[in-house]
Ligand binder design. Sequence first.
Ligand code: BGC
Length: 917
Amino acid sequence: MGRYALDMEKYADLARTASAEGCVLLKNDNSTLPLKKGDKVAVFGRMAFHYYKSGLGSGGLVNTRYVVGILDALRACKDIALDEELIGIYEKWIKDHPYDEGEGWGLVPWSQEEMPVTEEMLQTASGDDVALVILGRTAGEDQDNTDKPGSYKLTRTEEDLIRKVSSQFSRTAVILNVGNIIDMKWVREFDPAAVLYAWQGGQEGGNGVCDVLTGRVNPCGKLTDTIAEDISDYPSTSNFGDLQKNYYKEDIYVGYRYFETFAKDKVLYPFGFGLSYTSFSVQASAEEKDEHTVCVKATVKNTGTKPGKEVLEVYAKAPQGVLDTPVRVLCGFAKTKELAAGEEEHITLEIPKNTFASYDDSGVTGHRDCFVLLEGTYTIYVGTDVRTAQKAGSYPQTFTVLEQLEEVCAPQKPFARMTRKPGDVIGYSDTPERIYGPYDRVEKPAEISQTGDKGYRLEDVYDKKISMETFVAQLSDEDLIMLFRGEGMCSPKVTPGTAAAFAGLTSSLRKFRIPAECASDGPSGIRMDCGTKAFSLPNGTLLGCTFNCELVRQLYEMTGLELRLNRVDTLLGPGLNIHRNPLNGRNFEYISEDPFLTGKMGAAQLQGLNIAGSTGTIKHFAANNQETKRHEADSIISVRALREIYLKGFEIAVKEGPARSVMTTYGPVNGVWTAGSYDLNTIVLRKDWGFSGIVMTDWWAKANHEGQPSDPRIHAVMAAAQNDVYMVTADAQDMQQDDMLEEFQKGNLTRGQLQRNAINILQFVLKSPAMLYEMDRISPEELKDRKNAAKDDPDVSKMMKFVTDEQGNIRISGGGWDTHQGKEILADLDMKAGSYELQMKVKSNLDDLAQLPVTVYLDNIIKGTLSFRGSKGQWVTQQIRFDTFEGHHYMKLYFGATGLTVDHIAFQLSGGADKEQ
Ligand code: BGC
């Protein structure tokens, strides 16, 4: 095996460990868990029979070779016995109540109908030792959760199930296979003995959960969010979901920063909380090491009887002065090794003070737009959750400016934001008047004089024969504009079924030997809509709950190898948006309500990915915190909340990953669509953080000119802002599709700006595996490893047979085809030689953001992917062309997403009937 070979067993082991370490045990009365040897286990809940490996949408469409659900894993466990009779009752019911997968994106149910628990079922299970109740929720793009039964809340039937089972079994454990926290009031009401958040663990998820249930792994996951009593307790709830303007009025008081400061009594489970089957003690001291650093020394001891790991969490409390601050800010954490009973570990953490600095966006300290340390006492708390962490030390601080920055993305008009008043009372005060408009500081870099083609190729820059500037000088204005345009979905220029190609896409750019780069979703594994199999990873929240950066780094090292094996240059993830509100539909992809943890986990993923040469694209930059009207709703946020909360995680990942690629959002922040925001894409990313990679838009994103509505044709402002790549167009060469050429000719977009962006893109290309392929510098071992990687053949036994008519044409009716996601239509075709056009006529009731790809294979070779989008009930036709030779061929159509009705497909021969290949 070569250096880049992928060890699938190691990959699965790491994913399984992560799934187990991410499980968070909230309650465990009567030592209900772990299951004991010989226990007879009654499994309740239909979701036991359909494990949610991830959420939905782009972050969940991984075609896996297998998925181990919780029940599968329990079945394989020899030490316990399952109540098969009860399982039989469920299986029978599920036959009449099949899993409802909904359609496409946006119309997928977030939960499934639960089987009402009957007396017969309870009677059947009455002699069993322990009951597991497995409940599930999914979520995804375009649709948020709702504070309703079946989404954030349990349904009546689910409540009834927990109530009845809990009253019958003193050992009842409720297992939540969910992407995101849900309402937890029912725990108090029905009092099940144990509650475990198992999240969505990817293809190895069931194994990980089973390891925790059986005690093979001692639970050691911690909540990355505060679970409050009611959704209305989260201060963001009153504005969340607004269709036009979403005021972030809670400002920096997000998650535990709010609850610990103002509303401790509303918390059911605090941030950072999670139980173990053993117990730990923590002794800690903290002191100021020097003017930049605080040093925490702690001893964590396993005081119980079972081996286990514990998480050490460090929080800072800043003095309350002219600038108000929350009473706790996470500034460090570490996970112990597995400690045997009685064993202890000494941990030393050196914490840079800037991890808990405050941002003054108003100048109240006399230093506007600075990260500062305030005058007064800083106290450090150490423990195993935010609520119980104990004071470990304090030190006096003099007022210090740590970093002078600039105002960015300021609200157009002041709005009232939350502040902490003396006595920890909530107050409101207006955000400052903004100083800069979005275009005040846009730089127009000097242009490089164009030379035309001097015969230099990108390889010459790679080999340091010429400078990047000399290379870029050769590119024409058209080339520069075309470099801006990515192509997708499923571009035939890169790995089949992936989200996009970018860089060397046109014949003119290819002449300079610029390769086509490949980007694929992300983040929960590699999404290849043509059906190619990939590894499905645990979701972002679960990974966060491990609090184990090293484990996450190792896992993503495997994903990095898998990317390289599949010739994907960047994975579209990790997702680093903040869990501002539990109802956000994409929280499952993101990590936490806390930016420090988010940033550290994001950096760990990137560090792993980067090892094999591919990378990740951190997204969505920034403040993509609701799915409802995600293209339009304006996030109105103070500069302080941006700097301390919504940008912070990205900052850590950019600096510590490091990140080489960033994706902007669909929507606006303070009136400016992010793809066209110079402040975000140039000032924050590049000037403040030193980022030197590429920025791409989200798919088919829009932009605007401040004060005006957004428009899909407005692209020039993106390029001017240094959002380097537009995702995605059907054809990079088409100059009519947007305002690029027009604005360039008017001088609103300059050659210097385009050349600057071209350099960003080409620097990215130089570091990518695609460049090595382009230069033919991939080692023979690596090529061999790629060849040996498993290939999945279509099921030939299911084929229909068709023969051409006299003209060489074939028409196949699509009536009755099962076009659900992952389904295949196979056909055996007798064709003539020549050039064929395949036409496919379909309709879908979804709207045009739904991605409904169909990949066409001929003789197991991909001929292309028809990238259908939702057509709102209208029939639409798409074509692809290919040449073939006379004789027998087989065709496979692979449906990448549910939601299409097919009228027919037709193969039409055009000329060259005598052509032989
Ligand atoms: C999502 C992105 C994703 C892209 C490509 C968009 O709908 O917001 O996160 O990477 O599609 O599939």
